[in-house]
Design a protein around this ligand. Sequence first.
Ligand SMILES: Cc1ncc(COP(=O)(O)O)c(C=O)c1O
Length: 429
Amino acid sequence: MSTTAPRGDPFKPAARVAGQRQDVWTIVNEAAAASPVQPIVNMGQGFFGYNPPKFALDAAKAALDRVDCNQYSPTKGRPRLKQAIADAHEASFGRKLDPETEVTITTGANEGMLSAFMGFIEPGDEVIIFEPFFDQYISNIEMPGGKIRYVPLHPPKDGAVRTSSAAEWQIDFEELEKTINSKTKMIVLNSPHNPVGKVFSRAELERIGELAIKYNLIILSDEVYDRLYYVPFTRVATLSPELYERTLTVGSAGKAFYATGWRVGFLIGPPHLIKYVAAAHTRICYSSVSPLQEAAAVAFEQADKVGFWDASRAEMKAKIERFCAVFDELGLPYSDPEGGYFVLVNMAAVKMPEDYKFPPHVANRPRDFKLCWFLIHEVGVAAIPPTEFYTDANTHIAEDYLRFAVCKNDDVLETAKERLRGLKKYIRN
Ligand SMILES: Cc1ncc(COP(=O)(O)O)c(C=O)c1O
C-alpha cells in the first residue's frame, strides 16, 4: 500500500489558465446573442469580412495537391517562404536578409511572440509593454514566468471633444525610463498599433532605441500591420546596426493577406536571437501548417508584382474614411488612425439612461463595457471595450472609448453607419 498523501483535486487547473474573469470576446458574443436587434453587425474582432486576394487563394488550393505540402515542414519554416519573406522585406529593412538565419516561421505572429518569450524569458525577468496592449502579450509573457511592467500611452487631454490623430497618444519617456530596472530584459513595441492606430514616429523609436541600448534590452517589435500605414512607417530594427542586433521584428501573413485563420507568422532578426525563437517554436508546435506556408510564399512573391500592397493600403484607408464619416456626422470625436484597421471612438457624449439594466458582469466593469453592451442592444453594432487592454489601475484612460474594426465589406460598414445614427437621441454634446 502506498503511503503517499492524496494530492488533492487532480482536475484543478494550473494558475496560468484558471481564474480568469470573463473575457471580452465572451461578453460581446453573449450580448450579441441576447440583443433584440438581429443579426448584429460585428465590428468588434479584427478578422476580415472578405477573402484573401485570388493569387493567395489559388496558391493555397494548388498547395493541397502537392505531396510535400501535406507533410511536415522544416521546423524553422519552408525554405521558399523564408526566401520570399527575406525578399519582400529587403527594401523596408534596407539590407539583404539571410533566409536561413534571420527569418523563422511561426504559427501566426501570436505563437511567434510566445516562442520569443519562451526563448528568452526566465522566471522573474521583466518585460515592458505599453498600454493599451494586444491582450495575448500578457499570457505569452507570464507562461515562461515573466513579470510585466506597464507603461501607458497617454491620449490627448481633449480627446472627448475633438477628433485627433492617433499620433497624439504619447509616451511619457521619463515614466518609461523609471520603469526599467536591473530585471528588465525586453520591451515590446507595436507599430502600427492595435487598438490605437498609432504609427510610432522615427523620433519616438530613436528614443526607445537609446533606452534599449543604454539598459541592454531586447526589443520585440510587433509589426503585424506593417503594410497598412497612412503616414511614414519606420521599423525600429532599421535605425542602426546596434538596434538590429537586439531587435526581433514580428510579422503576420494572416494580417498581410486577409487570412488570419491561416496562422502563418514570422520573425525577422539577427541569428543570435532568431535561433532561440526557432528552438522554442520547435518545442511548442514542432512546425507550422505546410500548405498555407507554401501559399503565403507564393503570395509574398506575387504581392509587389501585382501592386497588392498599395491597393491594400488605399482600400483600408478608404474604409476608415467611409466609416468615420458617421462619427463626424454625429459629432463623436475619434482618434484618426495612422495605420492598421482599428478606430477608437470617444463616446463620452453618449448618455445612457441612468436606470439602464446591465447584467452584473457588465455592471461591475468600466464604462466602455456598458457602452459596448448598450450599443449592441440599442443599435445592433458590436465594438470592443478597450479597457480590456489596460490594467485595472489605468482603465480611466480609455473608458469612454470603443474600438471598431473596419476590415469589413463596404455594405457592412454602411449598415453599421445607418444603425449608429440611432445613437443620435442619446448624444448630448
Ligand atoms: C497587435 C497584434 N499582434 C499580433 C496579432 C496576432 O497575429 P496572428 O493572427 O498572426 O497571430 C494581432 C491580431 O489581432 C494583433 O492585433
